[in-house]
Design a protein around this ligand. Structure first.
Ligand SMILES: [Zn+2]
Length: 288
């Protein structure tokens, strides 16, 4: 199930060369929601009680291995300014107040509907300036490293003023984002799709997470445990060590064990959820 290896085509696209990737698609394109609309499923991430974990180091990329890719290490970077669809309507920078499960959002940035590496037409695409900048920057990293690959589908962020956003338990203060999993097929996705270890593009997913990890702004990532396992095994297969991955992943400790930055949460087989730390400028009113 986890016999996954990463390779690079001449065009720079990530392609999977394991047997699992040549198997027929099994999900048949299960469209549980239009990404333009509110999510219709429970986003089982609440947990204001989740204990924030310390910042962790980005695992160094293994040296080139047969079948693997050589990529530059992430260096120092300055996060570009967010591109907000409502920039001219705002009267100042955003502010995230309170907790993700009981907070609010002021002067939000509405994420531009598309950009390098992503599309987002969810009407509740409001977030902090920092959240939008992080999402756009990580998407652009993926697009640059995998030219021609399909864009990420960015779904729910927060409502215009934040606050309760059913069916979500969190997403209240502009620091949460739902993103469809990168998949191995080349079709441009239009919504979240149920994803399995057989069609998860683990390499592109890791590129996104690696970029976000490098910023030190990532608080938690929630994803289905089986997909977490597939990603973890893919990383081991290309040379990452268990010691490197231990601080990042809950896997293989079990889906209920409060360990790692990447955690299992119900309802995350068709998208993963990233939660960012409070922007420094919004502390202490923003609460992690
Ligand atoms: Zn979510």
């Amino acid at each position: 199930m986890f016999l996954r290896r990463w390779a690079s085509s001449a065009a720079g696209l990530a392609v999977c060369i394991s047997l699992s990737c040549s198997a027929p698609e099994r999900d048949g394109g299960i469209d549980r929601m239009e990404f333009a609309d509110d999510e219709a499923l429970e986003d089982g991430v609440a947990d204001s009680a989740l204990e924030p974990i310390p910042r962790i180091r980005v695992p160094l990329r293994p040296k080139s291995r047969p079948g693997g890719m050589t990529r530059p290490q992430l260096g120092d970077f300055a996060l570009p300014a967010p591109r907000c669809a409502n920039q001219t309507e705002r009267d100042g920078p955003s502010r995230s107040l309170g907790q993700v499960t009981g907070g609010s959002l002021h002067s939000p940035c509405r994420i531009a509907p598309s950009g390098p590496g992503y599309v987002s037409t969810n009407k509740n695409g409001f977030a902090t300036d920092e959240t939008v900048a992080l999402l756009q920057w990580a998407s652009a990293q993926m697009a640059a490293q995998f030219p021609g690959s399909p864009p990420l589908v960015i779904g729910a962020l927060s409502k215009v003023d934040g606050g309760y956003y059913p069916p979500h338990k969190s997403h209240q203060s502009g620091r949460d984002a739902d993103i469809g999993y990168p998949r191995t097929e080349r079709a441009t996705p239009k919504q979240f799709l149920l994803t399995t270890s057989g069609n998860l593009d683990a390499e592109r997913l890791w590129t996104v997470l690696e970029a976000l990890l490098a910023t030190g702004k990532l608080g938690f990532v929630f994803m289905d445990y089986d997909l977490q396992a597939a990603l973890y095994q893919g990383l081991v297969d290309v040379g990452y060590t268990e010691a490197q991955l231990g601080p990042v992943f809950q896997y293989p400790a079990g889906p209920a064990v409060p360990r790692g930055l990447v955690r299992h949460a119900a309802g995350h087989a068709d998208h993963f959820h990233v939660r960012f730390r409070c922007p420094d400028s919004d502390k202490p009113d923003c609460v992690e």
